[in-house]
Design a protein around this ligand. Structure first.
Ligand code: SF4
Length: 179
């Protein structure tokens, strides 16, 4: 895990430094467009004989809310306060096969409002109908980015994406330039 400054240092009362951590809460996906043709998850799964099109919950589903059961920091979250959590990078958070699990995922992200979460989707048309009930105009600690591999996809996806109630909008390239 890489160490990284918190988005919300004033909330970081944990004596441990914040970290940057991956949270792949479900794994597997189906291709949404030509931009998926070089999907690294497909390449990796196929190289080990695994079917990448099957979407399954992972053992790390509850990672952000896991509590340490022993040691110096017993009782604290396993992921320190103020950490940055890269979310759902071996699937698409808005994939339809994950609809039954997403509400629990939102609940965990709400519970960890001290952390920041970042996710990327190629399915912005599914975001609006799959936000949590208490979303309002967006949660400050959640960034949802959309990828557009060509002008056609930009024309299709960006108007939908920009119309959504997100606290901050980010295409993935501008976001990664900040980090
Ligand atoms: S949406 Fe993302 S995870 Fe899904 S197939 Fe496309 S590139 Fe891979």
């Amino acid at each position: 895990m890489m160490q990284q400054l918190s988005f919300f240092p004033e909330k970081n009362i944990d004596p441990r430094p914040p970290v940057s951590v991956n949270w792949n809460l479900w794994h597997g996906c189906t291709r949404a467009s030509t931009g998926c043709s070089n999907c690294y998850m497909y390449r990796r799964d196929e190289s080990v004989g695994r079917d990448p099109s099957i979407v399954q919950k992972t053992d790390n589903f509850d990672l952000p809310v896991r509590i340490l059961r022993s040691g110096k920091y017993k009782g604290r979250y396993k992921i320190p306060d103020g950490s940055h959590i890269w979310t759902c990078f071996s699937s698409d958070f808005f994939h339809p096969d994950a609809d039954d699990w997403r509400d629990d995922a939102w609940d965990m992200m709400k519970e960890r409002s001290d952390c920041s979460f970042f996710m990327i989707t190629k399915r912005p048309e599914r975001i609006g109908d799959h936000l949590p009930k208490n979303w309002g105009n967006g949660w400050e600690h959640i960034t949802i980015a959309v990828t557009c591999e060509n002008q056609d996809m930009a024309d299709k996806r960006l108007p939908i994406y920009l119309s959504l109630p997100l606290f901050r909008h980010s295409d993935d390239q501008t976001y990664f330039r900040r980090w």
